[in-house]
Design a binder for this molecule. Sequence first.
Ligand SMILES: Cc1cc2nc3c(=O)[nH]c(=O)nc-3n(C[C@H](O)[C@H](O)[C@H](O)COP(=O)(O)OP(=O)(O)OC[C@H]3O[C@@H](n4cnc5c(N)ncnc54)[C@H](O)[C@@H]3O)c2cc1C
Length: 318
Amino acid sequence: MAHSICILGGGFGGLYTALALSKLNWENEQPEIVLVDQRDRFIFAPLLYELVTGELQTWEIAPPYEELLTNTGIRFHQSGVSNIDLSAKQVTLSNNTKISYDRIVLALGGETPMDMAPGVAEHAIPFRDLADAYRLKDRLRQREEANPDKIRVAVVGGGYSGVEIACKVAERLGDRGRIRIVERAENILQNSAEFNQKAAQKALSDKNVWIDYETTVTAVSADSISLNYKDKTETLPVDIVLWTVGNKVSPALDALDLPRNAKRQFTITPTLQVTEHPDILPSAISQTALMLRAKQCRLPPSQPCSKLTTPLGIFGLA
Ligand SMILES: Cc1cc2nc3c(=O)[nH]c(=O)nc-3n(C[C@H](O)[C@H](O)[C@H](O)COP(=O)(O)OP(=O)(O)OC[C@H]3O[C@@H](n4cnc5c(N)ncnc54)[C@H](O)[C@@H]3O)c2cc1C
């Protein structure tokens, strides 16, 4: 009987894992590859910003899975995931379909936490998804049509997403925009090289985007944002708040009883499988695993190539 590989999440990790698996030269029988995603289309997230300026259209950055998976043999289910039973090796989807597997890839990605300050969930817009981009576009259009003197946008978070969306909103609004980035740290793009930080600062300054450093958002309302700087809180009027801060794992994965480190990340073996659970490959790790062809893998010295098996081995099917 053919083995079955179930891949939960059709983002960068899950989709590319599925496609790479479907192209492998299987020595035995080709396994059944099942891909599950709650959406009907893949989203090329790095181009999501261009939807806001109208430089790109939805079809250019979000092709339907149906098209992407044509002639690949990959079976697609559009559904959420309601339960993963590790001992029975069975996934229950939100539409009640049950999928049994021999190997499972956990690639459900992350979510933006919207509970980091009062009012964020109700009034701020995250920026991860097509729906978020449409919501932002719609709010910008409404404000543009209302034709106020200035359209005030606060972007919370000075990471890559915050910087990039601030630039795009500034481009769209031109002189009508009054855009600020609120960043808790002393610098934007904290984990990047100084060269990148300087380039981002210049791009933001050229577009008249203001940056509040060492500032924390304490509350958001329908028309204001409260900012704390050096123990003083000030409430400013605002039209749109974008929330680009934080990342939390999908609740479906959080519930799993698997070995974890102090940061609640799954612990893995040198062959990139969850410790004591060789049938489970977590998230982005799966991308890496599949890029490693047995004889052409490229790894940092800390991870000797000899310790890795082939993709077929990792999937227990060689
Ligand atoms: C706006 C934006 C721009 C970015 N730009 C860059 C960039 O330029 N360069 C870069 O390296 N990275 C960039 N990133 C980060 C990059 O997109 C992520 O690192 C990458 O998507 C992570 O891949 P993943 O497969 O783990 O998760 P994702 O790509 O997020 O995929 C997760 C998938 O799981 C699905 N899913 C989630 N929960 C469920 C559920 N319960 N049931 C069913 N399906 C579910 C989702 O619909 C999604 O399709 C950007 C991210 C964003 C939001």
